[in-house]
Design a protein. Structure first.
Ligand code: TXA
Ligand code: MG
Length: 317
């Protein structure tokens, strides 16, 4: 099992010896290693069982540090960085040759994020390299939002998890990039698109693609529990499945008919709903229910990103 410890100097020691750690961030926990070394990045792909076509996000502590690894920082990127970093936003930038091909799956852009989590930020400040960190789950499975989730899933494959309490946002970062003069959203996430549009005007949101995606976080089936999950009208789904032990994930209402009934937010608060999403899905997946049924939340604010995750958790391919 991995050592779980909140000491950032211990974390640095392990990272400096080219090993991987579990990294707390405000979105989800990451599986982190030196993003400038191909052999370390290669371990990340291996531990996660992640296909090499799915590039990693680099984490840094300042725009100045990031500028060392990219060809240019467009004006719009600077505006977004100033407003939302540190925070749940990832920005795609043209990379230079200090970054190994493997980190970016050979693409000409690199994804960067400055996380807001205090532990992650203080660790990044004492390192002299950015950390490559995908979510710390086996590829395709539910993302972890606390250190125990990481221990359960990857504890036998990594030496250390930096303890940092629960992820406050609960879903992965929003990913933006620039195509010609246009700002494009590649993945909905913890920063609302409305917030971005308030600042820089209308942006384009890419639809999902299931093969050779530009951002594989957009694969149709992803973030999925091992049990079957169906998405729809909960009352109808209860009627259609009278003989099964049901696990229900609803937006705000409890259901007595269920073996286990969890609500994302009784007070209909989208931030609370996002924070609970992955941990509730995990509880249902680990319970003795036969089938998980869930409903979409209102498609406003973070609700869009929550629905995106629910939809992909429900697709089996
Ligand atoms: O909140 C987050 O973003 C978390 C925490 C740990 O920071 N990380 C995360 O990483 O969600 P991951 O690996 O689960 O998702 C990374 C997504 C992938 O879908 C990947 O395709 C996209 O970012 N991405 C990374 N680099 C890219 C690039 N150069 N071009 C297009 N998409 C890229
Ligand atoms: Mg992930």
């Amino acid at each position: 099992m991995a050592e779980i410890n909140s000491d950032i100097n211990r974390a640095k020691e392990i990272l400096d010896s080219d090993q991987l750690i579990g990294l707390p961030t405000e979105t989800v926990y990451g599986l982190a290693g030196n993003g400038l070394k191909a052999e370390v990045v290669s371990k990340i792909f291996e531990v996660k069982n992640r296909p090499h076509f799915d590039p990693l996000i680099l984490h840094s502590h300042s725009l100045e540090a990031i500028s060392e690894y990219v060809k240019e920082i467009p004006e719009t990127a600077k505006i977004l960085a100033k407003a939302f970093w540190p925070g749940p936003l990832t920005i795609l930038l043209k990379r230079n040759n200090k970054i190994p091909d493997l980190t970016c799956s050979g693409l000409d852009r690199v994804a960067f994020r400055i996380p807001k989590h205090p532990k992650a930020l203080s660790l990044l400040k004492i390192l002299d390299y950015p950390l490559a960190a995908p979510s710390a789950n086996p590829f395709g499975y539910i993302s972890p939002t606390n250190s125990q989730h990481v221990q359960q899933q990857l504890g036998n494959k990594i030496p250390f998890i930096l303890e940092g309490e629960i992820s406050e946002v609960g879903i992965e970062s929003t990913i933006v990039g620039f195509e010609n003069e246009e700002t494009v959203i590649y993945r909905l996430g913890g920063l609302e698109v409305d917030e971005i549009e308030k600042l820089i005007g209308k942006v384009k949101t890419l639809p999902h693609s299931s093969s050779k995606p530009d951002a594989p976080g957009m694969l149709k089936s992803h973030y999925a529990p091992r049990k079957n999950i169906v998405l729809g009208n909960i009352e109808q789904l209860i009627d259609q499945n009278p003989t099964l032990k049901l696990g229900i994930l609803s937006f705000c209402k409890h259901y007595k008919e269920a073996e286990m009934s969890l609500t994302l937010s009784e007070s209909k608060d989208m931030h609370e709903a996002a924070k609970n999403l992955f941990s509730h899905l995990r509880k249902l997946d680990e319970s003795n229910v036969d089938l998980i049924i869930a409903e979409k939340v209102p498609s406003e604010g973070l609700g869009k990103a929550i629905n995106d995750r629910l939809q992909r958790a429900a697709v089996k391919e």
